[in-house]
Structure formats: C-alpha cells, structure tokens
Design a protein around this ligand. Sequence first.
Ligand SMILES: [Zn+2]
Length: 233
Amino acid sequence: MFTRIVYISLLLTLVLQCTTIGFHEKKIRERMEFGEESKFRVCLISEPNITKDEISDLFTAWNEELLYYKLKAEPVLLETLERPGFWGTDILGYLMDRQLTKDCDRLLYLKGRTWGDISFEILTLGIFVGVGLKLEVQGAVEGHTNTRGYIKAKYISTIQMLFTSPNSTLIHEGYHLLGCGHQLFMEECYKRIRDVKLLLTDPNRDPHFFPVITTNGKKILTRPEFLTFPNNE
Ligand SMILES: [Zn+2]
C-alpha cells in the first residue's frame, strides 16, 4: 500500500497541474502525415450529476481538436459511480485497479461537483487570488500506461472559467491519453501521435485495442489487463 502511495505520488508529479500541453505549430502539423482516419473508444465512469449533454459537449470539443490527427474519440458510458474518494489520487488509484474491458481503449473518470468541492473551490480560489498559488487539480492521467485518467467535468461559472474549462481539460488530458507529455512547442507531441497511429499496423498489436506509447516511450500494443508496478522503467 505504501509503495502504491509513493508510486502514485511520483506519477502525479509528472502529470499534475496541467494547464497547457504546448503551443501549436500549425505549419509543422500540416506537413505531417497522420495516416488514415481512426477511432478509439473512451470508456467513461461518470459521477451521477453529469448530464449526457455535458458529455456530448465535451467529446464534440475534443473531437474537433482530434481532427488534426485524423482521429476520433468515441465515448462509451460504462456506469455512473459516486466518487471513490475526494482527492485526485483516490480516483487514479481506483482507475488503476480497474480492468480495461474489451470495448475500451481508454478509461476516463468524469468528476462532478459536490458541496465538498464547492467549499474546496472557494478555499483554493481564495488562495489563488491571495498568493497566486493554484491548488486545484483539473485532471490527471496515470503515467504507467497512459490509458487511464480523470477530468473535472463541471466547473462553477465564475473566475475559474477564465483560466480553464472542462473542454480544455479534456483536450489536455486527451493528449496524455495519446502518449504526449508536456512541451513548449507541440512538434514532439505530433510525432508521438503519428507514431501511435503507425502502431495500428504493428503485427503484434491486439487488433481490438488502440495502442499507445507512454510518456517514457514504452509501446503498449495490447490492452493492459492489470497494472504491474514498474521494476526498472
Ligand atoms: Zn498535463
């Protein structure tokens, strides 16, 4: 258990506090070849207060971005579930214990808003305004397989929306789900997505799984059945 906490903390330092993934480089992107149009299925576990319309809006925004890469994310609503814990680490820990079933290429938890969140938001907004520190975490993707993550899918419509929105959070975490890390300029990420799409023709790939390359460069060609903890990675 302790190792797991250490491990999750380590992962979080890599992917936490995401604002922007990098600046687009339109000319470079347009010169790159992203192959054929492909789809991947994103299985959703959603908190009960998130509506179907909100989910649909989120995926419309994400798919607009994915057009650049001839990709489409298809939402598959698995279930609604009360949050496994208050903190992002609780959610990631829960997702890491969950199997990716055969209809899922990725697993995404949609976090809603509870009264606890609202108090926490007010508190952290106060801190943000006061000392310029932002404690709130909008989303994260585990860095072991880059197949599981969560986003905060609801916001209060106040000052918060000036800095981020559920759509931009999904787009951001969506890049991590395709294997991108953070970079100042996007070229590296474009190459990563192109390489992931090239894996679609890899003979060792499970034909029913949309592959990924982790942020560390490890190719994941078959659905991770369970998460083993890294030895020397
Ligand atoms: Zn990030």
